[in-house]
Write a protein that binds this ligand. Structure first.
Ligand code: SF4
Length: 111
């Protein structure tokens, strides 16, 4: 059994040297993901899934829907992924953007 102390400074330096090349590409991928989200097509009202979930671009048009709750819209839905954008991603409609004032029957209050 060895009695020498581990060289923690060297280990940290080595760990940093090994992880730095991995972190930079990941940061680039995140940037690409944000750019890709901006380029996703807007959800069409003719999309079968949009029709199935009664999606509308303007929540005020859903007032007659029994599932509609006053004040609900995409930007305050748990599935909204658009941040402050006018059009943004939605977990229910992957690969498409929905309007921040839109609404569908999958609306779930943000936690
Ligand atoms: Fe909008 Fe939420 Fe429906 Fe997605 S799930 S379309 S964010 S209301």
């Amino acid at each position: 059994m060895s009695t020498s102390k581990p060289d923690t400074g060297r280990r940290r330096l080595l760990a940093g040297a090994l992880t730095a090349p991995l972190v930079a590409p990941l940061a680039g991928l995140i940037g690409l993901r944000e750019a890709a989200a901006d380029e996703m097509p807007k959800l069409s009202l003719d999309d079968p899934q949009a029709k199935g979930l009664s999606y509308v671009h303007d929540a005020s048009e859903a007032a007659d829907n029994a599932a509609y709750k006053e004040g609900s819209h995409c930007a305050n839905c748990q599935h909204w992924q658009g941040g402050d954008a006018e059009w943004g991603g939605c977990a229910i409609f992957p690969g498409k953007r929905v309007h921040r004032n839109g609404w569908c029957t999958a609306w779930t209050k943000q936690a």
